[in-house]
Ligand binder design. Structure first.
Ligand code: 0O2
Length: 206
C-alpha cells in the first residue's frame, strides 16, 4: 500500500514538472509574441495552445511502444507528455520563432523533426522540436522535455481536419479519401507559398 502511495506521489510530481515546463515554454513564446508585436510591427504568432497528455494516453502510448511502465522509462521515451502548439501566419515565421526560442541559453534541443522540409507520406507538415527547459522545484531543478509543434494556419487547418477524419474512421480511412487528404495537403502548401509571395509583394521585399 505504501509503495502504491509512493508511485502515485512520484507520478503526480512528474506530471507537475511537465505542466510547469509547458507553461514556461508558453510564457517564453508569449514574450516573443509581444516583443515582435511592439517592436517589429508584425506578429508572427496567430495562436498558442498547450496540453499535457492524460495519464491514460501516456500509458497507452508506452504500452504501444513497448516502454516499461516505470517513471524513469516514461521520462526517457515518451517525449510528448508536455506539448505546445504554435500557429504562425507564414512558413518563414515558423523557422524564425523556432530559432528565437531554441537559442535561449537555458533551453537545449533534443530532437528536431522537420515535416515541412520532409512532409509525411499523407502530406502532414509541421516543424516539431523536442526541447528541454529547466524547472525549479523546491527539491531542486529538473530538466523537462517539451514537444513544440510549429505550423502555419494552413498546416493547422489541414492537420485538424485530417485528425477528425482519422478518428471518424478509427484509423482505417478509405483509399479514395486518403488520396483527397494528401491532395488537400498539397493545396495547403500552395496556399502557404501564395500567401508568402503576397506578403513579400505588399512589404516590398520581393
Ligand atoms: P496529440 O494529441 O496531438 O499529441 P507518435 O507520437 O508515436 O505518433 P512520433 O514519431 O513520436 O510518433 O511523433 P511525431 O510523428 O513526430 O509526432 C506526433 C504528433 O504530431 C502527433 O501527436 C500529432 O500531434 C502530430 N502528427 C504527426 N503526424 C500527424 C498526422 O499525420 N496527422 C495529424 N493530424 N497530426 C500528426 P499524437 O500523440 O498523435 O496526438
Amino acid at each position: 500500500m505504501r509503495r502504491f502511495a509512493q508511485i502515485r506521489e512520484d507520478f503526480t510530481r512528474m506530471m507537475l514538472g511537465y505542466r510547469f515546463g509547458m507553461e514556461q515554454v508558453a510564457t517564453r513564446l508569449e514574450i516573443l509574441r509581444e516583443e515582435f508585436a511592439e517592436l517589429h510591427l508584425d506578429n508572427p504568432i496567430e495562436h498558442i495552445s498547450t496540453r499535457v497528455k492524460s495519464p491514460e494516453s501516456i500509458l497507452e502510448k508506452a504500452a504501444r511502444q513497448g516502454v516499461e511502465l516505470e517513471i524513469p522509462a516514461l521520462r526517457e521515451h515518451i517525449t510528448d507528455i508536455a506539448g505546445v502548439r504554435v500557429i504562425c501566419s507564414f512558413v518563414a515565421d515558423v523557422y524564425r520563432l523556432m530559432t528565437a526560442l531554441t537559442e535561449q541559453a537555458d533551453i537545449s534541443v533534443r530532437v528536431v523533426k522537420d515535416y515541412i522540409a520532409n512532409p509525411k507520406p499523407n502530406g502532414y507538415r509541421s516543424l516539431h522540436v523536442i526541447l528541454e527547459i529547466p524547472v525549479f522545484l523546491s527539491s531542486g531543478p529538473v530538466q523537462v522535455p517539451v514537444e513544440v509543434q510549429f505550423r502555419t494556419v494552413a498546416m493547422d487547418f489541414w492537420a485538424s481536419t485530417e485528425h477528425k477524419i482519422f478518428y471518424k474512421y478509427e484509423g482505417d480511412v478509405p483509399a479514395h479519401l486518403r488520396q483527397r487528404i494528401t491532395d488537400a495537403a498539397a493545396t495547403a502548401a500552395r496556399m502557404d507559398e501564395e500567401m508568402a509571395q503576397l506578403h513579400r509583394a505588399v512589404h516590398g521585399t520581393d
